[in-house]
Design a protein around this ligand. Sequence first.
Ligand SMILES: [Cu+2]
Length: 130
Amino acid sequence: MRRQSIAALAIGASLAVAACGGGASAPATPSAAASAPPASPSVTAAGAAAVTIASFTFAPASLAIAPGTTVSWANQDDVAHTVAWDDGAAGSGRLSAGGTPYARTFDRPGTYAYHCSIHPSMKGTVVVGP
Ligand SMILES: [Cu+2]
């Protein structure tokens, strides 16, 4: 009787180990990886561009984009700047330090020159290609 119960315990223990091993391998199914949605960061990158205003400079000073691209200007200086279009188009108004960026979408090809109305030496260009 004693031997039988010990043997039964041993079998039970080995079954438990086997069950654990089987359970551990179960989650490694390929279906989880297959269901992951494909990452497509290029879609956002193609439709948006950014210019940083820092140290009294627009960076990049000349930005080449495709039509339909939205460009944003964020002021990282401690003083206010503006994005004023040389052709008289409505610009940003005062961009306070750390404030909401100004954005403009360019639909037509061309060269768009701008400057800071507070600091006329600050100049930049957006080139919209075909
Ligand atoms: Cu300025």
